[in-house]
Ligand binder design. Sequence first.
Ligand SMILES: [Zn+2]
Length: 66
Amino acid sequence: MEINPKKCPICGQDNQCGNELRESTCWCSTEAFPQEIFDLIPEEKLRKACICKDCLEKFAKQISIQ
Ligand SMILES: [Zn+2]
């Protein structure tokens, strides 16, 4: 299976990763990712494709409610 580093491994949308866009810093390098969010990602996609901002925000909301 091919892994597209520009697609979010959770929802499959464009993840807007700055590393891929060749910007100096990606938004994801300044955000905190809860450890639990990585449990949602299939192992083969882990560290290969960034999570998109939408999924991070959704997930952060979910765990703050609990
Ligand atoms: Zn996503």
